[in-house]
Design a protein around this ligand. Structure first.
Ligand SMILES: [Zn+2]
Length: 416
């Protein structure tokens, strides 16, 4: 144990998936998922003098403290909802100033010791865009494990009376998913189903896509982890492709129903959490215990669906984001309802993207784990994967990956 310094222990949590899930020797490693307290982040305006203000009063907002260092520099602290937690230091806040001026904002992370998400800014509307690289100053540091990480970072912004929003990813709050669902619902083959309610009373909703008899069903989910918006973008492109008005997509929707839960953790997203729901728990460790309402509602829905219709789930994908693009798949010695579907799908869809080599990591173990993907496979026999895209993977590549995956899936399943 002497080599397990705090930093090393910490790095065990770095990847989106915990290693015990896929190195899996031995029985199911069930982790506790009973409620744990979270710190209620006060939503407030910080008056930093000279008519300059910074505020986390917004859906998805996260900023724990702000201090003025000098005329042109303020320092903010970004803290998580509770600990221990995977270091996905989400931030989102807004700034304004009575006078037009240039201001540097230093982002600091007292609990993780490093910065992760490249800043995005938004002057109005829903969509954030990357801050110009000339306005971003990362401060790299060699960590104890020999890796270089950004210890803190400074972002230069022009501020004035009009509010400027700054966030860790392309959106903040829940509105972007709601808007997308409304757009999808304009299709006559899409309907909305409420399957439960979160602890804070937000609806847990699924889109049903397709007009089949539910004998063969598919499941796609995203945003168990609030900052993982690139994962949602991949799911969005995947689902939109299956909703196209093309002969292949129409045929697919006549044979299969796809169920989509794009926002698994609405409370965590609304509160600007790094990773957990308001039960203070990583919901992607609760797919055996079902102590938390979000995984419980989806599992109940799927199990009821199967018992009511006699049908089965043949495919399931859980979309996430982490440091790089990875496909976590089930051990290839195990066979579900459609053996070989996932490895073939990944290989074939990746071939459609010039120069793209997929990073596929099948589970080493043969036992059920605590994640959604494991639940989908071991309980339903659905061929399952965790579809991870990188935090900074170019958005057009994410779109292409979602699209090619959907096209190959239709091609393979329409033959059946
Ligand atoms: Zn994740």
């Amino acid at each position: 144990m002497k080599y397990l310094t705090p930093t090393l222990l910490f790095l065990v949590f770095l990847s989106c998936k915990s290693p015990q899930q896929w190195s899996g020797q031995g029985p199911i490693e069930v982790v506790p998922t009973e409620d744990r307290p979270i710190e209620n982040q006060p939503f407030q305006d910080f008056d930093l003098g000279d008519g300059f203000f910074i505020s986390n009063k917004m859906e998805g907002g996260r900023l724990s403290d702000a201090t003025r260092i000098n005329d042109s520099l303020v320092e903010v602290k970004i803290l998580p909802e509770n600990q221990p937690i995977n270091p996905s230091p989400w931030y989102a806040f807004k700034v304004w100033s009575e006078e037009e001026k240039q201001m540097w904002i230093r982002l600091t992370y007292p609990t993780t010791g490093f910065h992760r998400y490249y800043p995005k800014i938004n002057k109005r509307g829903l969509y954030y865009k990357k801050l110009d690289s000339a306005a971003f100053h990362p401060h790299p540091k060699l960590m104890e494990d020999g890796r270089t990480r950004i210890e803190f970072a400074e972002a230069k912004v022009w501020v004035g009376p009009d509010t400027l929003w700054i966030a860790a990813q392309d959106f903040a709050g829940t509105a972007y998913v709601e808007r997308w669902k409304s757009k999808m619902l304009k299709n006559d083959f899409v309907e909305k189903i409420q399957i439960g309610t979160s602890k804070e009373g937000r609806p847990l909703e699924i889109l049903k896509i397709g007009k089949s008899d539910d004998q063969k069903m598919l499941m796609a989910i995203s945003l168990q982890h609030p900052p993982e918006i690139p994962g949602f973008l991949a799911l969005k492109s995947f689902v939109e492709t299956l909703c196209e008005d093309s002969p292949e997509a129409r045929k697919f929707r006549s044979k299969y129903n796809l169920y989509v839960m794009p926002m698994m953790n609405p409370d965590g997203v609304a509160r600007g959490h790094w990773r957990h729901n308001v039960g203070g728990v990583d919901t992607n460790r609760d797919w055996v215990n079902f102590n938390q309402p979000e995984p419980k509602a989806l599992a109940d829905f799927m199990e009821n669906k199967v018992s009511e219709t006699g049908g089965k789930f043949i495919f399931a994908a859980d979309f996430h984001a982490t440091w790089e693009d990875i496909f976590y798949t089930i051990n290839e010695d195990l066979e579900g309802n459609h053996p070989g579907l996932i490895p073939k799908l990944i290989r074939r869809s990746s071939r459609k993207i010039p120069g793209y080599e997929p990073n596929i990591r099948p589970s080493e173990g043969l036992e059920r784990g605590v994640t959604s993907s494991s639940y989908f496979f071991f309980v339903h026999g659905a061929e399952a994967m965790t579809f991870e895209v990188g935090d900074d993977t170019p958005r057009n590549l994410i779109r292409l990956k979602g699209e090619t995956t959907a096209r190959e899936l239709m091609r393979m399943l329409n033959r059946k």
